[in-house]
Design a protein around this ligand. Sequence first.
Ligand code: THU
Length: 136
Amino acid sequence: MDDSRVQEAFTAAVKARENAYAPYSGFKVGAALAVRGLSKLYPGCNVENASYGGTLCAERTAMFSAVAENGKVPFEFCVVVTDTEFATPPCALCLQVFSEFCPPDFPIYLGTVKEGIQKKLLLKELLPIPFNTIPE
Ligand code: THU
């Protein structure tokens, strides 16, 4: 995967973040998910609810949108963007959902609006033992 595609996904995640609906936390998150073999990127933002548990994270919004359009397809990488000083990793629930659709070496790029991409982490580094796998 070339760098320009990751940059393109970063731009898409920044744009998606602008659409985040976060009146309760004030914490806006943007994501963009690349699917192997498709040029289109799947953007996601967090969407909160007055009933807090109804909130959906940016990463899962992106994943579920890709599945809604394509079924189960191989995800290539994901970019997550916040407007914090340091980039923010996905929550454990989103990591668990990634593990349903992605291999352990799935790359997750973390960035901030101001600094751009700051870090590349693999799913297995963030969630070494997902639920429903057999620990070694
Ligand atoms: N949030 C995400 O969108 N992604 C994560 O991985 C962690 C948290 C959202 C959920 C909620 O709207 C806000 O950030 C504060 O938790």
